[in-house]
Design a protein around this ligand. Structure first.
Ligand code: FDA
Length: 305
C-alpha cells in the first residue's frame, strides 16, 4: 500500500514542486541522479569509467506533450551523444531513451522517427542506445520500433520486464545474434491480467527469461539489484558457457554500489544507469517506492528537515 501511495505521489505536480525546491530533496536526488545538465552526466560517467564501470545515460526531461517538446528531447540526446564522443567515453557510455520522451503520446510515428535520429547519432558517436520499456500499453510499440531500428542500427537494445506474462515469449523472439536485451523486473503498476503480482512469480519469470536469453545468441543485460537473481545469473552464465564479456550486469546509479564494485572486480561488465536532468522528482519517487523503508527521505524533504 505504501508503494502505491509513493507511486501516486510520483505523479503529483504539487509534490514535485515542493520536493524539487526543498534543499533536502535535492540532496537526496544527488544520490541517485548525476545532476541537472549534460556536463554533470559526463563528469559522473567519467568518474564511473575510472572505477571500471560502464554507464547508460538517460535524460530526465519534462513530460513530452507536444511535437516541439519531442524535438527538444531528441536534440538533448544528440547533444549528450556528441559530448560522450568528445569526452572519449564512447567505449563505456551509451544512452537510454523512452519513447514517451520522444513524443509517443503526441504521435507514435514521430516518436519512431526521433528514436531513429537518436540511434543514428549514437552510431556516429561510436556508441549504442537502449530503448526503455514503459507501461504495457506500449510494449508492442517499443518491440516493433526496436525491431525496425535494428535493421539499420543493429546495436540498438531494448528493455523487457519479467513481471509481464508475455515476456518469456518475447525473450525467445529477441534471441537473435547481436540482440542487446536488458532484462529487468518492471516498474509500472500493471493489472493481474498482464503481469505477475507476487514477488516470487516475478522472480521465477525473471529466471525463465534469463534462461531463454542466456541459452541463445543474444547479449543479455541483467538489470537487477536482487542478490539472489544476481547469484542465479552468475550460475546460469557458467552453465550456458557464457564468458564474462558475453553478457553484462546493470544497476542504478547510487544503488548497491558495493555490489557493482564486486561484480566489476570479478571481471564482469557492469553498466550503471545514470540519469541526469532537472525533472528528477518522478524518478526519485519511483526509486523510493522500490524501497519503502527509505520513504522517510521524501517526508523529510517535504518538511525541509
Ligand atoms: P527488488 O526491487 O526486489 O530489489 C532487490 C534488492 O535490491 C532490495 O531488497 C534492495 O536491497 C535493493 N534495492 C532495490 N532498489 C533499491 C533502491 N532504490 N534503493 C536501495 N536499494 C534498492 N523498469 C522498467 O519498467 N523499464 C525499464 O526500462 C527499466 N530499466 C532499468 C534499467 C536498469 C539498469 C535497472 C537496474 C532497472 C531498470 N528498471 C526498469 C527498474 C526495474 O524494473 C526495477 O523496478 C528495479 O530495478 C528494482 O528491482 P530489482 O530487480 O532491483 O529488485
Amino acid at each position: 500500500m505504501l508503494r502505491s501511495a509513493i507511486l501516486a505521489a510520483s505523479r503529483s505536480a504539487r509534490l514535485e514542486n515542493l520536493v524539487s525546491k526543498a534543499p533536502f530533496g535535492r540532496d537526496v536526488a544527488r544520490r541517485f541522479v548525476a545532476g541537472d545538465g549534460v556536463a554533470d552526466a559526463i563528469r559522473v560517467a567519467a568518474e564511473l569509467a575510472a572505477d571500471g564501470l560502464s554507464t547508460t545515460v538517460e535524460h530526465l526531461g519534462p513530460a513530452t506533450a507536444t511535437e516541439a517538446g519531442a524535438h527538444t528531447a531528441r536534440d538533448e540526446y544528440r547533444r549528450l551523444l556528441r559530448r560522450i564522443a568528445e569526452a572519449g567515453l564512447s567505449d563505456t557510455a551509451e544512452v537510454s531513451v523512452k519513447l514517451s520522451a520522444l513524443g509517443r503520446s503526441v504521435d507514435e510515428r514521430l516518436a519512431r522517427e526521433l528514436a531513429r535520429d537518436v540511434c543514428e547519432a549514437a552510431a556516429e558517436a561510436g556508441t549504442t542506445v537502449t530503448v526503455d520499456m514503459e507501461d504495457s500499453a506500449g510494449t508492442d510499440l517499443v518491440l516493433d520500433t526496436v525491431g525496425k531500428l535494428r535493421g539499420d542500427v543493429p546495436s540498438t537494445g531494448v528493455a523487457v520486464q519479467a513481471y509481464l506474462r508475455r515476456t518469456e515469449a518475447d525473450c525467445r523472439e529477441l534471441s537473435l545474434p547481436g540482440s542487446r536485451v536488458r532484462l529487468c523486473k518492471g516498474a509500472y503498476p500493471e493489472p493481474e491480467s498482464v503481469a505477475w503480482q507476487a514477488a516470487l512469480e516475478v522472480d521465477k519469470s525473471f529466471v525463465r527469461c534469463l534462461n531463454a536469453l542466456l541459452s541463445g545468441p543474444a547479449y543479455p543485460m541483467v538489470a537487477t539489484h536482487d542478490a539472489r537473481l544476481i547469484a542465479i545469473a552468475e550460475d546460469r552464465a557458467r552453465w550456458f558457457d557464457r564468458a564474462a564479456g558475453e553478457f553484462e550486469f546493470q544497476m542504478l546509479y547510487g544503488v548497491r554500489t558495493a555490489e557493482q564494485a564486486r561484480l566489476a572486480a570479478e571481471g564482469y561488465t557492469v553498466r550503471v544507469y545514470l540519469p541526469y536532468g532537472t525533472h528528477w522528482y518522478g524518478y526519485l519517487a519511483r526509486r523510493l517506492a522500490e524501497r519503502p523503508g527509505s520513504a522517510a527521505f521524501l517526508g523529510r524533504a517535504l518538511t525541509n528537515r
